[in-house]
Design a protein around this ligand. Structure first.
Ligand code: NAP
Length: 286
């Protein structure tokens, strides 16, 4: 444990609840490894206290803030500058405080896209199929829209996927399509897509025997990204591997969003592998 002095700079995550957050573990290990004079804390902020908390961050000069559920959207009205993609998404997860001036970004989507690129997924002019149309699908799809040719959303609530598809098309110009999730749609769109992204909780611990897409609809040339990180290898990923698809789990996205935030705050490059192994150990996942 490094010595905390009167000069130590403070970083923090806010959310409600917050006790299960992996951010303090992931960031403090990187801080210690680089011997930086920072400490990363967690604050449980109830929604009705959000504006007071923001005043507190300004007054106390807390230099970097990670934002998690349920504040990612509501916090925007209290900030000074939002990066253009985060503004379109309508949600932020990272804030940098420069003498009381609060700038924000969305590193969830950026981290997901970076993970795909680092793992050899071609994006340029490709067709991407999302399962789910919630917060994670929204953040990632806005970043992917910069490169891909078309984005399709299949979701339980058809209206939600249609709304996201419409907004994404209007704001970025990318071609979109949306519908409800059904075997007919899954079969049709899996066979004509290049990248499949599960951004729904189907297959997440403890329901690890579930998969959002039947195995027979997968084909060898599909890149399959499951953003779930517990378990590390979901049933969808196991099925995809059997068929010969390239696959990617959600741990890289989780680590990359933290990595990008850390670099932005400290202007230092943390060791991704160290952050990844620390999260795995903390979660006790295989
Ligand atoms: P969310 O905002 O609650 O959205 C979940 C989405 O999944 C909703 O669109 C929901 O549909 C849909 N869904 C649920 N069950 C479904 C089903 N049976 N078939 C089709 N769609 C279904 O949650 P989120 O924040 O986007 O998170 C989604 C998943 O991603 C979670 O498992 C979360 O742990 C994971 N995640 C991972 C990372 C990472 O860094 N790796 C980051 C964020 C999230 P409705 O709209 O109809 O309810």
């Amino acid at each position: 444990m490094p010595t905390i002095t009167a000069k130590t700079k403070i970083l923090a995550v806010i959310g409600h609840p917050i006790e299960h957050s992996m951010s303090p573990i992931m960031h403090n290990i990187a801080i210690n490894d680089l011997k930086l004079d920072y400490v990363y804390l967690a604050f449980d902020i109830e929604p009705q206290n959000l504006s007071k908390a923001i005043d507190g961050f300004r007054a106390l000069n807390i230099e970097g803030i990670s934002v998690t559920i349920p504040h990612k959207e509501a916090i925007i009205e209290y900030l000074d500058e939002i990066d253009p993609i985060a503004k379109n998404i309508g949600a932020v997860n990272t804030i940098k405080n420069k003498n009381g001036y609060l700038k924000a970004r969305n590193t969830d989507g950026a981290g997901g896209k970076q993970s795909l690129i680092e793992n050899g997924c071609e994006l340029s002019d490709k067709k991407v199929l999302f399962i789910g149309a919630g917060g994670a699908a929204r953040a990632l799809s806005y970043f992917l829209a910069e490169d891909v040719a078309q984005i399709i959303f299949l979701n339980i609530r058809k209206e939600r996927s249609k709304l996201l598809a419409k907004e994404l098309n209007e704001k970025t110009g990318v071609k979109t399509f949306a519908d409800g999730i059904s075997n007919k749609n899954l079969k049709k769109f899996c066979s004509t897509s290049d990248v499949l992204i599960n951004a729904s909780p189907i297959g997440m611990y403890p329901k690890i025997e579930e998969t959002p897409v039947p195995k027979e609809f997968l084909y060898e040339n599909l890149f399959v990204f499951d953003i779930i990180y517990n378990p590390l290898k979901t049933k969808l990923l196991k099925n995809a591997e059997d068929i010969g698809c390239k696959t990617l789990g959600g741990l890289d996205m989780l680590v990359n969003q933290g990595f990008l935030a850390f670099e932005w705050w400290t202007e230092k490059t943390p060791k991704k592998e160290l952050m990844r192994n620390t999260v795995k150990k903390f979660l006790g996942i295989k």
